[in-house]
Design a protein around this ligand. Structure first.
Ligand SMILES: Nc1ncnc2c1ncn2[C@@H]1O[C@H](COP(=O)(O)OP(=O)(O)OP(=O)(O)O)[C@@H](O)[C@H]1O
Length: 254
């Protein structure tokens, strides 16, 4: 599990995260939701140690991230950030192979080649494997980055808005794949999502942030309720049920 204790973070004099204490369970998918500017990406970046910790503590499966060597951390968790400034003169296969770096340090073996091939296949990229990134559509580039993250083959996947640019079919396929990785292989996934219905359909656990504070956390059915979501987004929302899961409606709700 990921344990976050008394975590606070500021940029200059502006508090961004305020005294967060929460636990993210392994063996399932946690959706991180909340309005723009709530602090979701900042929290994910702190867990992934892309930002230095200012106050509080973050533990991953019993390891304090502040004291875990980078190479060890890269074998435990993979993070897909929002901004990916990677050279567009890379081929898709080369980008995905970067995910194996923590395992092979640039000298890939059979296991690494197999992991890259599996990730290309899983994200529908095999026919595009030899294309340069600047010869792809936005959604295809996004899938290539996701494939790189998954090829890292870590216990934890941290994904910041992975559904950006994805069409409905690829969005569904990504969520199904990540949920399956987490549930059947006992891994953990933490995903920043704007479409709460993707959280409703696939997540096991939901963490809602608002203005840098914990608004709610718990199982999907408990957090995705009308009063809680309406106060989170400051708008009326209706929650119905579909296929045994919540379904959030933003039109027609008074
Ligand atoms: N470099 C920066 N300098 C100043 N403020 C920043 C900086 N980066 C982020 N912030 C502020 O920190 C707050 C949290 O940002 P963050 O990106 O974590 O939110 P978020 O919940 O992921 O938002 P979004 O849904 O819009 O992506 C925002 O108010 C943002 O304006």
């Amino acid at each position: 599990m990921i344990e976050i204790e008394a975590l606070s973070h500021s940029i200059g004099a502006t508090p961004i995260l305020r005294d967060l204490t929460l636990t993210l369970p392994r063996g399932g998918m946690t959706a991180l939701i909340g309005p723009n500017g709530a602090g979701k990406s900042t929290l994910l970046r702190l867990i992934g140690r892309l930002e230095p910790l200012q106050r509080g503590r973050i533990g991953i499966d019993g390891c304090d991230i502040a004291r875990t060597p980078t190479a060890e951390l890269a074998r435990r968790m993979a993070i897909l950030g929002q901004q990916t400034a990677i050279s567009s003169r890379l081929r898709v296969r080369e980008l995905v192979a970067f995910g194996r770096w923590p395992h092979c340090h640039g000298r890939p073996g059979q296991r690494d080649h197999a992991a890259v091939a599996a990730a290309l296949e899983a994200f529908d990229l095999a026919p595009l494997a030899d294309r340069f990134l600047d010869e792809l559509s936005g959604g295809q580039v996004q899938r290539a980055h996701i494939a790189m993250t998954v090829a890292q083959d870590t216990d934890w996947l941290l994904l910041d808005e992975p559904l950006n640019n994805l069409d409905m079919a690829h969005a569904r396929s990504l969520m199904a794949r990540v949920a399956a990785l987490a549930r059947t292989q006992g891994r953990g996934a933490v995903i920043v999502l704007h479409d709460v219905n993707h959280a409703a359909a696939w997540a096991d656990h939901v963490v809602a942030l608002k203005q840098g504070r914990l608004h709610a956390q718990g199982p999907v059915d408990a957090v995705l309720s009308e009063p809680l979501l309406s106060s989170l987004y400051d708008m009326p929302l209706a929650v119905t049920r579909h296929d045994g899961r919540p379904l959030v409606l933003h039109h027609g709700a008074r």
